[in-house]
Design a protein around this ligand. Structure first.
Ligand code: 2E6
Ligand code: F3S
Length: 315
């Protein structure tokens, strides 16, 4: 006899509108121009998605100089520094920008503040492609990066009266609130968005993890190790009281011994994880348990982003 277990699926989970659009852009570019189409950086941080697109003819590279000039190139959903499209233009390449519109919005905010004479503080994770892209909207030295509350004490702005802040879109809502409070405390004149620039998908996925945390013995987050929003879901789960919260790329990664004895397990997925991987996890649980599947829904999402016109025209 199999032990009984309830699997609680978080909703919303998985693909957001920006990821959906970015993947469509690669697929439509392959239809329009044929293979190979080059993609600068993983289009979204998910191995399954990248492998599937590679099978269809996408070639993933890290830098533009790895692309030939006679093939189209797509910039990933995380955004690129201004120097990248500028270089593509200089090399007379065809390029399509798959930057999520909510990341582009932050790019514009940074430019607007800078035009108004404000030096920028960005809250985000050093080295993450979105952070490199957003900081790269302005000349070097114009954006000061803070990763933690402690970092706030260490920055030396040119003029504390002329400061503005922006954030990465995939941060922990609670950790970011504490950093914003520390910035406002040290620099009372700092200006910025009403709260932060964390996107709806990140916010909603964190809220659904918090809502299920009290009912589960363990949490599995389907997502990649380089996916910021997915990693934040693990942290949110732990902070909300889940003794065991683990990131898994797919069913094979599940450590079954670690969840032995659990009666209720929560499953969610980062914004770049496709639903097939969630289905795969459910099947793996069904193989081992007498399973009940339930959903904990805390929001509904109906946001869609249009693909760029150059691809809509062919479609
Ligand atoms: C672009 C911007 C934000 O690591 P991160 O969470 O940023 O990226 P992905 O690809 O895991 O998630 C989607 C995404 C794209 N989020
Ligand atoms: Fe965009 Fe947020 Fe998704 S910034 S790509 S909607 S995780």
């Amino acid at each position: 006899m199999k032990p009984s277990l309830t699997l609680y699926l978080a909703a919303p989970r998985g693909f957001c509108a920006g990821v959906d659009r970015a993947i469509k852009i690669v697929e439509m570019a392959l239809e329009k121009w044929g293979a190979p189409v080059y993609v600068r950086h993983e289009i979204v941080h998910n191995k399954y998605v990248v492998d599937t697109l590679r099978d269809k003819g996408a070639v993933f590279v890290e830098e533009l100089d790895e692309c030939p000039t006679d093939r189209p190139v797509i910039f990933s959903a995380h955004g690129v520094p201004k120097s990248v499209p500028a270089e593509a233009e200089r090399r007379e390449m065809i390029y399509v920008d798959a930057t999520c519109p909510l990341v582009s919005k932050v790019h514009k905010e940074a430019e607007r503040h800078s035009e108004n004479g404000h030096q920028m503080v960005m809250i985000g994770h050093a080295g993450h492609p979105e952070v490199l892209g957003t900081m790269g909207q302005l000349p070097e030295g114009e954006v000061l990066l803070v990763e933690t509350v402690e970092d706030v004490a260490d920055i030396t702005p040119r003029d504390p009266e002329q400061l503005a802040f922006i954030t990465q879109t995939t941060l922990s809502v609670d950790d970011t609130a504490a950093i914003v409070a520390a910035l406002q405390d040290r620099f009372p004149a700092i200006v910025g968005p009403a709260k932060e620039d964390i996107c709806y998908a990140t916010t909603n996925r964190q809220a659904s993890v918090k809502a299920m945390a009290g009912q589960i013995d363990a949490l599995l987050v389907i997502g990649a190790p380089n996916s910021s929003n997915s990693r934040r879901l693990v942290e949110v789960g732990r902070a909300a009281g889940c003794a065991y919260a683990q990131l898994v790329q797919r069913a094979d990664d599940i450590d079954w011994r670690a969840i032995e004895g659990a009666k209720a397990v929560g499953v969610t997925a980062g914004a770049s994880a496709p639903e097939v991987l969630i289905d795969e996890v459910i099947v793996a649980f069904r193989d081992r348990y007498d399973l009940t599947v339930d959903q904990i829904e805390t929001a509904r999402e109906d946001i869609e982003f249009k693909v760029p016109r150059v691809l809509r025209e062919t479609a």
